[in-house]
Unconditional design. Sequence first.
Length: 427
Amino acid sequence: DDLRKARARLEQEEAKGAARAALASAVASGDAERLKAALDEAKRAGLDGADLAEAERALAKAEQQAAARERLRRALQERADQSELDAALRDAEAAGLGSGGDGADDLLMTAARKRAAEEAARADLARAIESGDADELRMALGRAADAGLAPDELEAAADKLQELERKAAARKELEDSMRHSDVDRLRAALEEAEEAGALGDLGPEANARLDELERKRAARRRLQDAVASGDVDALRAALEEGEEAGLGEKDLVDARGALEEALDRTILMQTLKTVDPSRSAPTSPAAGAGGDGPPSDAGLDGKTLLLDESLDQTRLADDAGQGGGTGRAAPGPPCQPTADTRIFEKAEYVFKLTPVDEDMSDEEIIKQLKQRLRKVYASPAEALAQCMQVPAVANVVPGGGGDEGLPLVAAEVVGAFGSQLQFSIPE
């Protein structure tokens, strides 16, 4: 009987040993089914908790890995969206899938990670395209290429990047050209910005700047043509247009000089046509000192309006300082002075009506009148001729003859002369 018990005891220990060996092998394999079978056999063999604990932990891990493996396979096979794929990958990594040296699990994890990177790159591209930010899209394209996306998947994003870069370049060129004065450059920049869809809020400002530059260029060309022609009316019109267009003094100075020369030339030519050829020398004021000539022109408060030898200045002088005679021929009938002249049409837009201060000297009055004449681009001779309504006055060379039959410069003429320049001289 003792022998039988001993034999049974030996068999039981041998069964336990075999069960322990099977458990160890199953734990090493990490296979859930083998672990389950080995645990069942170990329990039948009478192994206790200490012997079973490691195998049970291994079984729990194997079952976790099996579930994670299945979920990951399904996500890959069914082309799950990025969120599902990322969740499956997190489960697999938490379960230690692919870390045990299993070739199949390693391949599965590699494929899942590659797929996740591709999906992330696609999502990045979509966001970058939506943002419209060229720098962000450029970086997203680089990541997508690194992730292995096919060229046809990158084509739309590359086209969008090209569009954004063109728009950015067009916008920058438009902003730069608006700060300069090159009409052709700005026009080209506007066209490119419009084609590239880069105008935005710059459109009205850029068009206004182009209009301004075109007006200035047209005004410069007209000034150049007017200077080349030497025509007085053309020069005056071109100078007015240039000032209205906002041209600087550098653009206007040549035309102003040309206008002064043209006015002198015009008056001289008119004088040569009308002067008395029998007079070989100018008549000096002293020639009439003996009283042969008529009395001097009567003027406001004893003052006379005279043209000096330069043909482009006007002065008021006291009769008392001029002597009794001027040496001029007998005057013609009185004129009908008026302030409603072409010069007045310009002056009323340039000046406010200004009364003469009673304390102003002759020199101060003359200075004011000369300044206003320059502003409206008129010579004193021309202004006097217009207000007297006697064109021949503009042709007279002081002391040079050719003034036969011309009316006297009376007080009313002085008043009209000032009024047409918005300068009120009291009678």
